[in-house]
Design a protein around this ligand. Structure first.
Ligand SMILES: [Zn+2]
Length: 310
C-alpha cells in the first residue's frame, strides 16, 4: 500500500515537472479523402486533460509540407497536434491557417511559427485574435493551470485582405471566407478540389451550437446558406464528428433558420420575449444534441435580443 502511494506521489510530481509527458488525451488523425485529414476533438469542455483541444482541427499533406487548419489552445496542445500529424507523415507543418480567434483556433500559432511555419488568417480574424488574447489566456489559465506554460499568443502574422481570399500553398487551393457567426472574424476554409469544407465554428454537429454575447445569429444563418450552396462532399465541423451536408443542415442550418426565422421574427414583431422563449422551449428536432439543456434557452434569448435591436 505504501509502495502504491509512493508511486502515485511520484507520478504526480513527475506530472508537474513534465506536464507534456502525462498520459492524457491525444488527438488522432482521421482520413477524410486523399491527402486531407481531420483531428476530431472531444465534445466536452476544455480541460487540463485535453489541453483545450475540445474542437476540431485538420491538415492537408502536400509534397512541400503540411497545411494545418487551426493550431490548438496552448503550446502543449500544439505539440499534441504536431505529434498526431507526425504519425501520418514526415512532412513538417509549413503553413497554419486560422479559422477563428477563439483560444483553440490559434494559441498554438507561436509553437508552429517557431518551427518555421507561415501563419495565415483573414485580416479581421487576426485583429480579433489580438483583441481577445488577454481574455482567452486568462480563462485558459484557470482551466489548464500549469499546462498553459510556454504559450505565447501570436495573432496570425500573414493577413489576407478582403471578405474572401484564395490561397495556393503546396499545390493546394484553399478558399477562405468570413462567417462571422460564433465570433466576429470567424472564417471557413473550402478545398474546391476535394470538396471538403473546414467550417470553423460555423457548423456544430452532435452538440448544440452556442450563441455567445458577441455571436451573430443573422450572420450564422447567411453563412450557413452560403456554405450549403457550395454542396460540400464532406464537412469538418468546428465541433462534432466529420459529417455530410445533410447532418450539418439538420443540426446547425435548421437551428440558425429557427433562431432567425422564428425567434428573430417574433422579436421584430415586438412579441414578448418570455412568452416566445416558453413557446419554443422544447424542440424535438434538436433535443438529442449535447448541451441542449444548458444552451437552448440562452441561445434563443440572444437571438431575440439581436433581432429586437434591428
Ligand atoms: Zn470552438
Amino acid at each position: 500500500m505504501l509502495k502504491r502511494t509512493a508511486l502515485i506521489l511520484f507520478a504526480a510530481v513527475a506530472g508537474l515537472l513534465a506536464p507534456g509527458a502525462r498520459a492524457d488525451y491525444q488527438p488522432k488523425a482521421e482520413k477524410i479523402v486523399d491527402n486531407v485529414y481531420a483531428l476530431v476533438g472531444p465534445l466536452g469542455q476544455r480541460s487540463a486533460d485535453n489541453d483545450g483541444l475540445n474542437a476540431n482541427f485538420g491538415f492537408i499533406v502536400t509534397p512541400k509540407g503540411v497545411i494545418l487548419i487551426d493550431s490548438g489552445a496552448s503550446r502543449l496542445g500544439a505539440e499534441k497536434l504536431a505529434a498526431a500529424i507526425a504519425r501520418v507523415t514526415d512532412q513538417p507543418v509549413r503553413w497554419v491557417i486560422n479559422t477563428g480567434s477563439q483560444d483553440h483556433r490559434w494559441l498554438g500559432n507561436d509553437y508552429f511559427a517557431g518551427k518555421g511555419a507561415e501563419v495565415i488568417a483573414l485580416a479581421r480574424t487576426a485583429a480579433t485574435q489580438s483583441e481577445y488574447a488577454g481574455q482567452h489566456m486568462e480563462g485558459l489559465t484557470r482551466i489548464l493551470g500549469e499546462r498553459i506554460k510556454g504559450t505565447q499568443p501570436l495573432p496570425a502574422p500573414k493577413t489576407l485582405a478582403g471578405d474572401s481570399a484564395t490561397l495556393e500553398r503546396g499545390g493546394e487551393t484553399l478558399e477562405l471566407a468570413y462567417t462571422d457567426a460564433h465570433f466576429p472574424g470567424d472564417a471557413r476554409v473550402w478545398l474546391p478540389q476535394q470538396r471538403v469544407m473546414f467550417s470553423g465554428d460555423l457548423v456544430y454537429v452532435d452538440r448544440l451550437l452556442g450563441v455567445l454575447p458577441w455571436s451573430s445569429v443573422k450572420n450564422g444563418q447567411q453563412a450557413f446558406h452560403a456554405l450549403a450552396a457550395l454542396q460540400p462532399a464532406r464537412i469538418v465541423p468546428g465541433h462534432g464528428r466529420v459529417c455530410e451536408l445533410a447532418q450539418a443542415q439538420r443540426e446547425t442550418g435548421d437551428y440558425y433558420d429557427f433562431l432567425a426565422g422564428t425567434v428573430g421574427a417574433a422579436a421584430q414583431e415586438m412579441e414578448p420575449m418570455d412568452a416566445t422563449l416558453d413557446r419554443y422551449a422544447d424542440l424535438p428536432a434538436f433535443r438529442h444534441l449535447q448541451n441542449y439543456g444548458d444552451l437552448h434557452r440562452p441561445n434563443m434569448n440572444r437571438a431575440f435580443t439581436e433581432f429586437e435591436s434591428q
